[in-house]
Design a protein around this ligand. Structure first.
Ligand code: SF4
Ligand code: MG
Length: 336
């Protein structure tokens, strides 16, 4: 399948104001050189703890603010440097579903008008009967009854509101959907339904999906590939099976150790990382994870590890992989 979205060396540094006469005191290195691509019909999950920069990646790709550096190519066209006027048509192709279904829908608009908004904005309908037809179709796609169109957001539960948000995104007929913690605010039982819906729609419509989440149990359930972020950088990217089966970055290993497994006898040993996530204003030298890594080596403090593939294409940024396989404690421990 063709690549729909390609991001290369994306950087977003937020200036810290408050110096003399409002000058810049420094930068928050929120996203610091991130690259990935997503194919048609594929879900890539971007995971990591809060503050790692994953939402900033989503917002940068959506061009909600200017980038510090890097390229974003949507459907073969560079959009990172495109003027706002030309961006309009491309905006339709990339839609977003946000975390909070309570604040992301305008309470003073009926569901019909909420879903009609992108249809009208992007001039997709022939006439008002066509708008209604498209609204009805979008509601049907997210498994809501057609009569939902005449009702108000407050009449719906959190899960139903998130379906309305998804219907609004789909009404634009996008090629890429960005879900930023789209199910994190929902109750456990509702979460599963909305995740299953997203997964079905992704397959039915052949969407490319960027699924931003801190919840690895959900990610494991629905994704094709996973990219793990730590302090503004991607530290590991692989097919789901490969990443969950044998993580190749110590940070991923620690994250996975905290995910509950269905079979209690197969329980992984929990790895509790020492210390806090360092500040993105002064990220550590060398490997950014070296202040917390259980396997830290002298070179990790000075030399930045690059994201490199192994023979299977599994990418990781860690100096352990320069060791012979038998001496790599990460691979050794899990017996891969
Ligand atoms: Fe740990 Fe070194 Fe690998 Fe960084 S490069 S994750 S500090 S072993
Ligand atoms: Mg976030």
């Amino acid at each position: 399948a063709p690549v729909v979205l390609e991001v290369s060396d994306l950087k977003k540094h937020f200036p810290l104001r408050g110096g003399l006469l409002g000058t810049t005191k420094g930068y928050v290195y929120a996203v610091d050189g991130v690259s990935f691509s997503i194919r048609r019909g594929e879900t890539l999950s971007l995971v990591g703890e809060s503050g790692c920069g994953k939402s900033t990646v989503g917002k940068s790709v959506l061009r909600l603010f200017p980038l510090t550096a890097g390229q974003v190519v949507l459907d073969g066209k560079r959009i990172d440097d495109m003027p706002a006027s030309s961006l309009r048509a491309l905006r339709r192709k990339m839609q977003v579903v946000f975390q909070d279904p309570f604040s992301s829908l305008n309470p003073r608009m009926r569901v019909r008008d909420i879903i009609a908004e992108p249809i009208l904005n992007f001039g997709l309908a022939k006439d008002s009967a066509d708008v209604d037809r498209r609204v009805a179709k979008a509601l049907d796609t997210v498994r809501l009854p057609t009569d939902a169109a005449g009702r108000w957001p407050h009449e719906f539960s959190g899960g139903q509101r998130q379906r309305i948000g998804i219907a609004r995104a789909l009404a634009a007929e996008p090629e890429v959907i960005i879900c930023d913690e789209a199910v994190s605010a929902l109750d456990v039982s509702v979460k599963a339904q909305v995740v299953n819906l997203l997964q079905d729609l992704q397959k039915e419509l052949g969407l490319a999906m960027l699924f931003i989440s801190h919840d690895l149990a959900i990610v494991e359930h629905m994704t094709h590939r996973v990219a793990v972020m730590y302090l503004g950088k991607i530290v590991e990217v692989a097919e789901k099976k490969s990443l969950f089966g044998q993580p190749r970055h110590p940070y991923t290993e620690a994250l996975l150790s905290a995910v509950p497994v269905p079979d209690p006898t197969a329980k992984r040993d929990r790895i509790v990382l020492q210390g806090d996530v360092p500040s993105p204003i002064r990220p550590p030298s060398g490997c950014r994870f070296h202040t917390r890594c259980p396997y830290v080596m002298p070179r990790c403090k000075t030399e930045e590890p690059l994201l490199k593939p192994d023979a299977t294409g599994h990418l990781a940024a860690c100096h352990l992989h320069d060791l012979p396989e038998a001496e790599n404690p990460l691979l050794h421990k899990t017996g891969a």
